[in-house]
Design a protein around this ligand. Structure first.
Ligand SMILES: [Zn+2]
Ligand SMILES: [Zn+2]
Length: 133
């Protein structure tokens, strides 16, 4: 199945082929600031599953060099990101799919900074800190 991940204005869009390797939600304070929401959702794919569709991203590299974020230079939406520490996966913003049929998150990480009203769905493992190895 092909799914498109697109920024708010539509200038930046990529197609993801096949199923994600993992869908994960994260309550860390960096994801809160990055998204403007109370948690971020990362949909992981292998890099070769992603095909450029439209636009050229602007980039922001975290000062520690761990993660590079790709966002729309016009509207600012963060569409995907990658890290050399992750091996053969990149992360795509769950909301960029705007698709309720997207598989739901299979874990929630950094719940130490979870806002109290954000519920952990029944059966979804939660981790106070980072993801398990
Ligand atoms: Zn845009
Ligand atoms: Zn996070």
């Amino acid at each position: 199945m092909d799914r498109d991940a697109t920024c708010w204005c539509g200038d930046l869009s990529v197609t993801l082929r096949g199923e994600p390797t993992l869908v994960s939600s994260c309550c860390c304070t960096r994801c809160q600031r990055r998204t403007g929401s109370f948690f971020g959702v990362t949909v992981y794919f292998h890099p070769d599953q992603m095909v450029a569709r439209r636009g050229t991203p602007a980039n922001f590299q975290r000062p520690d060099g761990v993660t590079t974020f790709n966002f729309c230079p016009r509207c600012g939406s963060n569409v995907w990101w990658s890290s050399p520490e992750w091996g053969d996966v990149l992360g795509v913003a769950g909301g960029a799919f705007a698709d309720p049929t997207l598989p739901s998150p299979k874990r929630m990480v950094f719940t130490a900074t979870r806002h109290p009203f954000v519920c952990v769905p029944e059966g979804v493992p939660e981790y106070e800190d980072g993801p398990p190895e």
